[in-house]
Design a protein around this ligand. Structure first.
Ligand code: HEC
Ligand code: HEC
Length: 491
């Protein structure tokens, strides 16, 4: 190349770059960062807002929409639970999915420059049940997300990002098959969005290391090791052997927690009040400090008010009123001193109930102090996590109990009727996350071939999953137990 030709080339290149920089600056804001409100249908009712409304997670934890869209096409073999690959894309992870909706419940779509998909509370706090194997599901907001496999979802994203096929050539080819992006979006996706998404996901890998430990059991459907999520993400604790898989709780009727009476949310009454737990949960979903604290706290207030008033649905099947009446008397004698008294919602020493201690040991005073510090440094005021070593699990309020199976904090007992058997006689292995309702035993069907095909296997001998303890009422006669169960359907 002659000297002169080279100079000309350089001049064009410089001109080209300068032009690109100007255009880039103009479109960069619009296509990279400009926020557009979600469509009106999302906020049309409070329930829709809870299910599909953005809480701000698209900013830092969002997956670009078209990447989210093509992942099941590029990586079908990674959509799996318990090592078994199930066809059906995201539906295979058990997420609640309403008919006619583009995205599952708890998945939000919002445009910040480009369309992004993130999560909100509803992915873990919406439940579903079916009357029979050929019935359609009924979705109930605020109920425990007993079908969702959170661990499989977390792993899926990391596994995809680690795969060499997560690259611009392969993803763009698949995206071009389903949509016609304009040239700006094509460039953005190819050179920025895909590489940055890959990098961001891989950055999380180290914090997610405990999700891959071969010595820990799968969480399975409907469980979440939430205190470890907080330890490894929020306070960046080094990895240790604690493991606290917890059943997704119901989050309706939160006004039941009264700080004046000492009743506190979270399984070990770890947090002072509902305001604090909503803040901490939302920070967890955002995965980063909020960009705007005032807007963030507005969301928190909305969620708190909505969930405080939200009521669980009544038992939808027939009731035997005579049995309900005798069950009520039994409940008053054997259970009410804990479950319908001033002690409800307060922590009980573990020795008094004797259930699995994994979840309790996964959190402690030091972790609470650190987490409170992190939130304070974000400039957010709240009473926060209780800076004490806690004695045991709180005595749960039993509202909407019929729809909260499986039972106990680790979801280790499939049905109410089985909870009334001594631990040695409770099922040792069962399948959870299948949503056909069992009216007789009160819970979900856990052992039919269909339940085994759809659900994940739960082994009570595995770490954090013991079904021992809480042997209250186990000495009653069979007919008394049936009556007690009949009464508990009405709570
Ligand atoms: C990834 C699943 C997941 C998401 C998303 C999630 N939660 Fe939770 N939530 C849990 C689990 C698991 C617990 C139980 C924690 C424990 O004590 O171990 C919990 C506990 C709670 C509690 C305490 C309930 C009680 O009665 O003790 C409230 C309230 C709550 N979450 C609200 C929210 C809100 C509001 C959001 C959204 C901002 C949210 N959660 C997002 C899984 C989730
Ligand atoms: C001494 C207090 C005490 C008594 C008495 C007691 N419970 Fe409990 N109950 C607890 C505690 C604490 C837990 C939480 C244990 C855990 O999750 O590890 C619990 C949990 C439960 C749960 C699980 C709730 C859920 O959503 O998973 C049910 C159901 C229940 N109790 C029913 C009963 C019945 C029925 C009786 C009477 C026969 C009874 N309890 C008596 C303290 C008590």
């Amino acid at each position: 190349m002659s000297n002169c030709a080279c100079k000309t080339w350089l001049k064009y290149a410089a001109l080209g770059l300068a032009t690109l920089a100007v255009i880039g600056g103009m479109i960069g804001y619009d296509r990279g960062f400009r926020e557009y409100p979600q469509p009106d249908w999302v906020t049309a009712t409070p329930d829709m807002r809870f299910k599909y409304g953005s809480i701000g997670a698209e900013q830092d934890s969002g997956i670009p929409y078209w990447i989210f869209y093509v992942l099941p096409r590029v990586f079908p073999e990674k959509f799996k639970e318990d090592g078994k690959v199930v066809p059906g894309g995201y539906a295979a992870l058990g997420v609640p999915w309403e008919m006619g909706q583009e995205l599952p419940v708890g998945f939000t779509k919002k445009t910040i420059g480009f369309a992004r998909v993130a999560n909100n509370c509803a992915v873990c706090h919406t439940t579903s049940y079916r009357v029979s194997p050929d019935a359609n599901p009924v979705f109930v907001v605020g109920g425990p997300g007993h079908t969702t496999n959170v661990q499989a979802f977390f792993r899926l994203l990391i596994d995809c990002a680690k795969d060499p096929r997560f690259n611009a050539d392969i993803l763009m080819a698949e995206i071009n098959r389903v949509t016609a992006l304009d040239w700006i979006d094509k460039l953005l996706y190819r050179f920025l969005i895909i590489p940055i998404t890959k990098k961001r996901l891989l950055e999380r890998e180290a914090q997610f290391a405990w999700l891959y430990r071969p010595d820990f059991p799968e969480w399975g459907r409907g469980r979440d090791d939430g205190m470890n999520l907080t330890r490894y993400f929020m306070i960046k604790a080094p990895m240790d052997d604690y493991f606290g898989p917890a059943d997704m709780p119901a989050v309706w009727n939160l006004k039941k927690y009264d700080p004046a009476k000492g009743s506190r949310p979270n399984y070990a009454a770890d947090t002072h009040d509902v305001h604090s737990v909503v803040i901490d949960s939302a920070l967890g979903v955002l995965g980063a400090p909020p960009k705007n604290n005032a807007r963030f706290l507005e969301q928190v207030d909305w969620l708190k008010t909505y969930l405080s008033e939200l009521q669980p649905p009544s038992y939808p099947f027939p009731l035997d009123q005579a049995r309900v009446a005798s069950g009520k008397a039994l409940f008053a004698t054997h259970c009410a001193s804990c479950h319908a008294s001033d002690k409800t919602g307060t922590g009980l020493p573990l020795a008094d109930v004797g259930t699995d201690r994994g979840r309790l040991d996964t959190w402690n005073k030091g972790a609470a102090i650190k987490a409170n510090q992190v939130v304070k440094e974000m400039g957010i005021q709240r009473k926060g996590l209780v800076e004490e070593d806690l004695p045991g699990y709180h005595i749960p309020f039993l509202d909407g109990l019929w729809l909260r199976a499986p039972y106990l904090h680790n979801g280790s007992v499939p049905t109410l009727r089985e909870l009334l058997e001594p631990a040695a006689k409770r099922p040792k292995v069962f399948w959870r996350g299948y949503d056909v309702y069992d009216q007789k035993n009160v819970g979900f069907v856990t052992n039919t071939p269909e339940a085994q095909r759809v659900g994940t296997k739960f082994d009570t001998a595995s770490k954090g999953s013991g079904n021992q303890g809480h042997e209250f009422g186990t000495g009653l006669s069979a007919s008394e137990k049936d009556a007690l169960v009949e009464y508990m359907k009405t709570l």
